[in-house]
Design a protein around this ligand. Structure first.
Ligand code: FLV
Ligand code: FLV
Length: 410
């Protein structure tokens, strides 16, 4: 067995030890890039958990694994699959680790709240929230940390209003989301945050149960109704709420900050977008494709049978990860994949995942990023970084990548 410590060497049995590096900016993980081109179905070992897991990186193979029912999310529960974090994120039985038909039943409950139609009615409100935050930014004056003043509060406010989390509880919500979605907070702090958020969501949903509610269209009320009528167990409702809150708070904050950073550091793209605002939806989709959203990989699946993927036999019982990041850079699907190209006509990216676990909040996330990018430069046409690019600090131990702060001036 090799004893070299390089993160890019395998152990002699074809298992790559993935000592996830501290990446800055929008740099693409070099190991991931190499695997996509040289070893597209391979095995990796991550810092926590046990043993190794398969890693699938090509677009078509990633889609295949994401939809084939022979790869189960449910079967990872209780297994110490090699992973990026000391703790395991979803609650037991939560939607992220459920398979159809239970999974379908859980998703159906929240689908209406996230439908394009429901979100169209939220759009005016979202714009008003953004305008209020930009008022605050203007009052603060330059230089200002966009992360603290805009990118954090905007998605936090939106998902909390959707769920029915009162304003006074939102700082705690942000803390829980950041602590749970981190590999650096330590096992104890992460587990405590999980327990506290679980209790909070249980109480929030409970508070909506059986009440004679009028005019309560919050997601907490929808979940409470589903518990009342027997569609969901109380624990399933809580598990859904927890994943929606942490994703809606933390992932959108970071991803949208990376979009702002991408535009601030690609002046030609920014100029183009400002000259042709109708490009915005297409530009947001290209940014979603291009931005390396996360470090390493998130949740695995277990092969319930021997399955061949990309010409490699994955034995029954083995854990399998997919990388949506590499799929989005696959040259078989995307011409010149490492280029940010707002004119990309064909862009079937899978930044929100694929198959049954496709992000239920994708429409909300897209809308938030569109409003953010549209409003920011309309209001502050000279917005620019307040420090040199190489002085920006990037979050350490992150699952979802993003800047620590985003100091801007105008
Ligand atoms: O919700 C999940 C998620 C969100 C995200 O923004 C990035 C991810 O990698 C994930 C994930 O892996 C699993 C989720 O349930
Ligand atoms: O990033 C992860 C993640 C994000 C999320 O919003 C929900 C999740 O369950 C997860 C997860 O399980 C693992 C991640 O790395």
């Amino acid at each position: 067995m090799s004893t070299t410590a390089s993160p890019e060497t395998s152990d002699g049995f074809g298992v790559h030890f993935w000592a996830v590096p501290h990446l800055t900016g929008l740099d693409f993980d070099p190991l991931l890039a190499r695997l996509l081109h040289e070893d597209p179905v391979t095995r990796v070992r991550l810092p926590y958990g046990e043993g190794h897991a398969w890693l699938v990186t090509r677009y078509e193979d990633v889609k295949f694994v994401s939809v084939d029912p022979r790869f189960s999310r449910k079967a990872i529960w209780g297994r110490e699959v090699t992973r990026l974090t000391p703790h395991f994120i979803p609650l037991d039985g939560a939607v992220g680790i459920a398979d159809p038909p239970d999974h379908t039943r859980m998703r159906r409950v929240v689908a209406r709240a996230f439908s394009a139609r429901a979100l169209r009615t939220l759009r005016d409100h979202a714009q008003a929230v953004m305008d209020g935050l930009l008022d605050d930014l203007e009052r603060h004056g330059p230089p200002a940390d966009l992360m603290a003043l805009v990118n954090r509060p905007f998605p936090l406010t939106m998902v909390c209003e959707l769920m029915g989390v009162p304003a006074a509880d939102r700082p705690r919500m942000a803390h829980w989301a950041d602590t749970i979605l981190s590999a650096g907070a330590g096992l104890e702090a992460s587990e405590r945050a999980k327990t506290e958020l679980e209790q909070y969501c249980t109480d929030l949903i409970d508070s909506r149960r059986g009440a004679h509610r009028t005019d309560d269209d919050t997601l907490a009320a929808v979940l409470a109704d589903a518990v009342e009528d027997g569609t969901l167990t109380a624990h399933e409702a809580t598990g859904l709420a927890v994943l929606i809150q942490i994703g809606g708070t933390h992932a959108v904050r970071n991803n949208s900050a990376n979009m702002v950073y991408a535009l601030l550091t690609h002046p030609e793209h920014l100029a183009r977008l400002r000259a042709e605002p109708e490009l915005l939806p297409q530009a947001v989709d290209e940014l979603l494709r291009y931005i390396p959203h996360r470090n390493a990989v998130g949740l695995s699946r277990i092969a319930l049978a021997d399955v061949e993927v990309g010409g490699v036999l994955i034995p029954r019982g083995d854990a399998v990860y997919v990388s949506y990041l590499t799929a989005n850079r696959d040259p078989e699907v995307f011409a010149d994949p490492d280029r940010l190209d707002f004119d990309r006509g064909y862009n079937p990216h899978i930044a929100f995942g694929h198959g049954p676990h496709y992000c239920p909040g994708s429409t909300l996330a897209r809308m938030e990023s569109e409003i953010l990018l549209d409003s920011l430069w309309k209001r502050f046409p000279d917005l620019r970084l307040a420090v040199p690019e190489d002085r920006l600090e990037w979050q350490r131990g992150a699952l979802i990548r993003g800047p620590e702060t985003l100091p801007v001036t105008w």
